[in-house]
Design a binder for this molecule. Sequence first.
Ligand code: FES
Ligand code: FES
Length: 169
Amino acid sequence: MSPLARPDPVDVSLSVNGTRHLLRLDPRRLLSDVLRHDLRLTGTHVGCEHGVCGACTVLVDGAPVRSCLLFAVSLEGAQVTTVEGCRSPEGGMGPVQQAFHECHALQCGFCTPGFVTTVTGYLAEHPHPTRAEAREAISGNLCRCTGYVNIVSAVERAAELLDRTGEPR
Ligand code: FES
Ligand code: FES
């Protein structure tokens, strides 16, 4: 291959919100772009595009990752969960989304998908956080609007709702 040639596309099989996708991708495509442009899952927002703001956070095999930093071809066989996958099984808001709604934990909402996925992944591992732990859990996500107080409250409320619903975390 000449230095200027485009790399050959790569076949990737990955699951997004429970649906298996077989994709043929340029190896340089970012997961955030594949989610938004190829799969039309535009709930994943892109802010800084270099791993700082957290708006693009999704779960890969349950762990929060910055989708703007990941090559999609590296995810062969992975289970990806976006904010669209954080809905309740009945189709309404899931517990974390409900908690953000109840606690008025958003204003413009641009950052919110990244918070929802981050908090979903965190509570799966830490179901009963203290307020200090809740604050630490969201420390990698930036919000320009809210001042974070209500977001921390939403983490605590989400933990309560998850306890109540008994939904898998
Ligand atoms: S857009 Fe990925 S961390 Fe900001
Ligand atoms: S609600 Fe506007 S950036 Fe967070």
